[in-house]
Ligand binder design. Structure first.
Ligand code: HEC
Ligand code: HEC
Length: 369
């Protein structure tokens, strides 16, 4: 199922490229208008690597399998709250985030007051280059070795493009070639293919388009009563709806996470596994349960939601923010310590919740005026 979707998209991608100038690349399903983007040679090479399903072991999974443009650059497979690796039955412990706008995430840092930035939901890779070296070697994802990846690139039909970008002989040494692969992928991730700024929100912001009244009410609530803006900020001129800081929302554990059932080689804690987020990386109990505030761009296309994929819809997300502390049936937090106390009792009515969701839908790229 996953394989078919990817192949279809790849076909669409190539086909759309052929149709440049004929309206190809934009569509009702909110895909970014990839056809109009001109990539430099390094970005174009990174794009080939990003979509190449021969870089996993066995072949069949690419970066795009879990970060597919048609699915808001997240995992199109909604059967599980987290993503299945190339070996069926093996799962990572987290929900695949979007790679769109990941290039706006600053390097991991402590700014004197708080931690911010870093790739992965717990910031454990400082840069996009560091991040890109992870999935190929992760047995729960692409399950390959450095050598396996580099040999596959040597055999690929874009091996020549690789040497054109990085020099002849650049694929000879496994370690240095692996570093260059990560550099090319990161360059592609920084291109406007992944950060096109083509949502209705952008059209309103920069092209004089106007929100419907429900969208405007939703935006006002987002910045007002619902207080989403406190963390999903639009500051810094980036308009990506995150301040890149870390918080524990008190999201409940997801009992449907298939990671719990993996054997002890992959999950030594079994059903007692707790995702400590930033606290696990820093080995600091004061950071337990905290995850980096994610972008909300393309959010309507990237469900399920939260680090463990516990919520299937934006409606469920909103009910959680609105009633975490007032609903007697609310499941306990996965990590109770360090919980943000200003959410959980927002007092939003159902129609206000609906308006916020209508606004969130204006953040999908591929909007046509
Ligand atoms: C099997 C699914 C899967 C595959 C394949 C995969 N990823 Fe991911 N990706 C994830 C998950 C899950 C996370 C979050 C993991 C975490 O926080 O520990 C993630 C995180 C990321 C992030 C960080 C985004 C953020 O908001 O922090 C980037 C960037 C990314 N992946 C790029 C890639 C690239 C590039 C490849 C190919 C080399 C790739 N991914 C392959 C599932 C996958
Ligand atoms: C205290 C900071 C904070 C506030 C306030 C906040 N969020 Fe979040 N938001 C986060 C963090 C942190 C996460 C990731 C949590 C996790 O994965 O456990 C998140 C996740 C989300 C997600 C899921 C993203 C994904 O890719 O899975 C959505 C949707 C969302 N927030 C929307 C909102 C809306 C709408 C509001 C206002 C009602 C809001 N948030 C208020 C910090 C915040």
């Amino acid at each position: 199922m996953k394989l078919n979707l990817n192949l279809n998209f790849l076909f669409y991608f190539i086909f759309a490229a052929l149709l440049t100038g004929c309206g190809g690349g934009s569509s009702d399903s909110g895909e970014p208008a990839t056809s109009t983007v001109a990539l430099n040679n390094t970005e174009a090479l990174g794009q080939q690597l990003y979509f190449d399903q021969n870089l996993s072991s066995p072949a069949g999974q690419s970066c795009a399998s879990c970060h597919l443009p048609e699915a808001g650059f997240a995992d199109p497979d909604r059967h599980f709250p987290v993503s299945e690796g190339v070996i069926s039955g093996l799962f990572g412990n987290r929900n695949s985030p979007t790679t769109s706008y990941a290039s706006t995430i600053p390097d991991f840092q402590f700014d004197g007051v708080r931690f911010l930035g870093g790739q992965f939901l717990d910031g454990r890779a400082s840069t996009l280059e560091d991040q890109a070296k992870g999935p190929f070697l992760n047995p729960l994802e692409m399950n390959n070795t450095k050598e396996g990846v580099v040999v596959a690139v040597r055999l690929s039909d874009y091996a020549r493009d690789f040497e054109a970008v990085f020099g002849s002989g650049s694929l000879d040494n496994v370690d240095s070639a692996y570093e260059l692969i990560a550099i090319a992928i990161a360059e592609f991730e920084r291109s406007s293919v992944l950060s096109p700024y083509t949502s209705k929100f952008d059209a309103v912001r920069t092209q004089g388009d106007v929100f419907t009244s429900a969208e405007q009410r939703g935006f006002n609530l987002f910045r007002g009563k619902a207080d989403c803006i406190r963390c999903h900020s639009v500051g810094g001129g980036q308009h990506v709806f995150t301040d890149f800081t870390y918080h524990n929302l008190g999201v409940p554990a997801n009992n449907d996470n298939p990671f719990y059932a993996l054997d002890s080689q992959f999950n030594p804690d079994g059903s007692n596994f707790v995702d400590l987020g930033l606290g696990g990386v820093l080995n600091d109990v004061n950071q337990n349960g905290k995850f980096r505030v994610p972008t909300l761009r393309n959010i309507a296309n990237t469900g399920p939601y939260m680090h463990n994929g516990i919520f299937n819809t934006l409606q469920e997300v909103m009910v959680f923010y609105n009633t975490r502390d007032t609903n007697p049936l609310q499941d306990p937090a996965e990590v109770d310590a360090n919980k943000d106390i200003l959410i959980g009792d927002l007092g939003l009515t159902q129609s206000e919740i609906d308006d916020v969701i209508v606004f969130l839908n204006t953040l999908n790229d591929g909007y046509i005026q």
